[in-house]
Design a protein around this ligand. Sequence first.
Ligand SMILES: Nc1ncnc2c1ncn2[C@@H]1O[C@H](COP(=O)(O)OP(=O)(O)OP(=O)(O)O)[C@@H](O)[C@H]1O
Ligand SMILES: [Mg+2]
Length: 426
Amino acid sequence: MSKLFSGCFGKCAGADRKTRPKKIASKQRSIQRLSFSDVSNSGVFSPEDLSISLVGSNLYVFTIAELQAVTQGFSMSNFIGEGGFGPVYKGYVDEKVKPGLKAQPVAVKLLDLDGVQGHKEWLAEVIFLGQLRHPHLVKLIGYCYEDEHRLLVYEYMQRGSLEKHLFKKYFATLPWLTRLKIALGAAKGLAFLHEAEQPVIFRDFKTSNILLDSVYEAKLSDFGLAKDGPEGDETHISTRVMGTHGYAAPEYIMTGHLTAKSDVYSYGVVLLEILTGRRAVDKTRPTREQNLVEWARPSLNNSQKLARLMDPSLDGQYSTKAAQKAATVAYQCLSHNPKSRPQMSAVVEALEPLLGFDDIPPGPFVYTAPQMDDKENENSSVNKSDSVKGNRNRSLSRSRDENGSGKSKNGSGKRNSENGSVHRNN
Ligand SMILES: Nc1ncnc2c1ncn2[C@@H]1O[C@H](COP(=O)(O)OP(=O)(O)OP(=O)(O)O)[C@@H](O)[C@H]1O
Ligand SMILES: [Mg+2]
């Protein structure tokens, strides 16, 4: 999906903060987070300055040699995928790499020096993720800042991105309750950012930036475009319009005015993708269906029309009541008027109870033979007690592939574990 790099509205660089008549008293700050604007406006920050500024954030500072060793020389067998920042490799760290470092798999993201992103996006990631900790934000373990090298080391997210699970043919269909769990987790991550003492606007909320751990807990990644939110009396920040086509709020595209409500719109787009199994923009579809929001929003408040929008690969196995309520949330998030969009905490409150709706029609039992090369799924030929009619969609926290049906999108019945499947992300 193409990135937006259109005009510059007002003064760029986020320094132009508009204020409204004095109404809200400035919040009292207790422990100040180091703000990204302060760092990026303060000129060149040496590696030493950065590590001193981030003392207390528990980030490890790696050398390029250490990360080369961790990823077996950035070998193709460790390659996970590639985005705008550069390639990502799987690696393994332990105390031998750095004293005190927990033994764990990691994802190492390497800045492509010829790419469109650069030091600024890398720094944003280090400043934001280095200081923000939450169960629904991916954990930054450390970074490398050596000569021209800029790398990021994250906790490894075993199931990869939501984008792959929703849209790549060789991934099994995500069951309804797993979709809800992911939507809720991602909403909690955004609510945390928006409601922090020093709010953060994520600005690039989309399915490829929602990563999933082994039990499908959603965590937000990629703070390269994130911005410190407006403070005190300010209503918005003015900035160059950046983000991804299909996800950016209309008023943000038109004016460059960025608020937390721009993220709420993007959240609405993702929720719609989760419900329909369709991409925000899909040029392969008939013209009137290419833009998901334009096509789907008018039908979201009508239960009969909604049934026709729902992802066919769910095979009708979802709670109609919960789907209707989730569709109403999406409808509100996609309001043209930003003020009519809910706060993310209200979205969390609306979605949370939907996990308890059990009017999910039973599905057929499908047996899948275990795959010998899939360590995680070893001995996990579908457990009949999980898969018999009516139960197969219910479990939310099994540590193995919870698509207990083993049903794949292409109907072959084969499962494809993300673990070890190395391919280029296009
Ligand atoms: N912490 C992680 N654990 C496991 N896989 C990861 C991790 N971070 C990124 N990946 C994977 O690496 C690939 C590239 O991710 P990256 O975030 O760089 O790009 P993207 O999200 O695909 O595109 P964009 O540049 O638009 O954000 C994706 O397949 C993603 O799922
Ligand atoms: Mg990403």
